[in-house]
Write a protein that binds this ligand. Structure first.
Ligand code: ADP
Ligand code: 5GP
Length: 216
């Protein structure tokens, strides 16, 4: 059988932080789920939160559940890339685990809004790749929010009202993808991820590899 292992597959690289943002209902959760299922090298970033655990949630999988005093200590100790208060509870992205993972060549996926994206980008520009997902039309966005069946008509109206404001931040991203057909959208995001992994600056194993080529 032919050997399908290539030198480029085994070269060490630095990981990256892939941010997916979109107006609510455009499909970022769907695309994130597809990436996590189909790509072994990317994992979801796990935030810390002070909110109580919900039934079915698992410590370290959905969140790191911490009490407010511990959260405050982490803020003081500068242990978060970014943090925010949402619906009365604190949420933050812890740095240590991600920093170690990036060094080992693991990628992290973030499902965050434009404000979180800005904060993360300010902290670590070289590791962040920002992707914004747009719906094909406002009518389709409404249809998806309605079809998802998770929100009341009032909540759908408030999400629609916020959608335009969220869309206005499209120019704060490196890539913009329109989610018309879901498989096509996934393919495009996957291509972005693969191309970003190949950036010279991330291919930290290249120096040794090229040295070997020259010596050979
Ligand atoms: P978000 O995470 O951005 O709020 P979701 O991923 O939950 O959005 O998608 C909203 C709804 O639209 C879900 O019911 C999902 O199955 C559906 N959906 C996502 N992408 C597409 C698409 N390309 N075509 C049709 N429906 C889609
Ligand atoms: P939930 O409590 O429903 O899981 O999340 C509530 C909100 O908190 C969501 O809008 C989610 O995007 C946001 N959130 C979750 N983790 C973080 C985080 O690490 N940082 C920020 N800024 N928001 C977060």
């Amino acid at each position: 059988m032919a050997d399908t292992t290539h030198a480029s597959d085994t070269l060490h690289r630095r990981g990256l932080m892939l941010i997916l943002s979109s107006p609510s209902g455009a499909g970022k959760t769907t695309i994130a789920r597809m990436l996590l299922e189909r790509d072994d090298e990317i994992q979801m970033s796990v935030s810390a939160t002070t909110r109580p655990m919900r039934p079915g949630e698992v410590e370290g999988v959905h969140y790191h559940f911490v009490d407010p005093a511990e959260f405050d200590r982490m803020v003081e100790a500068d242990e978060f890339y970014e943090w925010a208060t949402v619906f009365g509870h604190s949420y933050g992205t812890p740095k240590a685990h991600i920093r170690a993972g990036l060094k080992e060549g693991r990628d992290f996926l973030f499902d965050i809004d434009w404000q979180g994206t800005q904060q993360l980008y300010q902290k670590d520009q070289q590791d962040v790749v920002r992707v914004f997902i747009l719906p094909p039309s406002i009518g389709e966005l409404r249809a998806r929010l309605t079809g998802r069946g998770t929100d009341s008509p009032e909540v759908i109206e408030s999400r629609m009202a916020r959608a335009r404001a969220e869309i206005s931040h499209w120019d704060g991203y490196d890539y913009v993808v329109i989610n018309d057909d879901v498989e096509e959208c996934y393919e495009l995001v996957s291509e972005i991820l693969h191309a970003e992994r190949m950036k010279r600056a991330r291919q930290t194993g290249l120096i040794g590899f090229v040295r070997g080529l020259m010596a050979g």
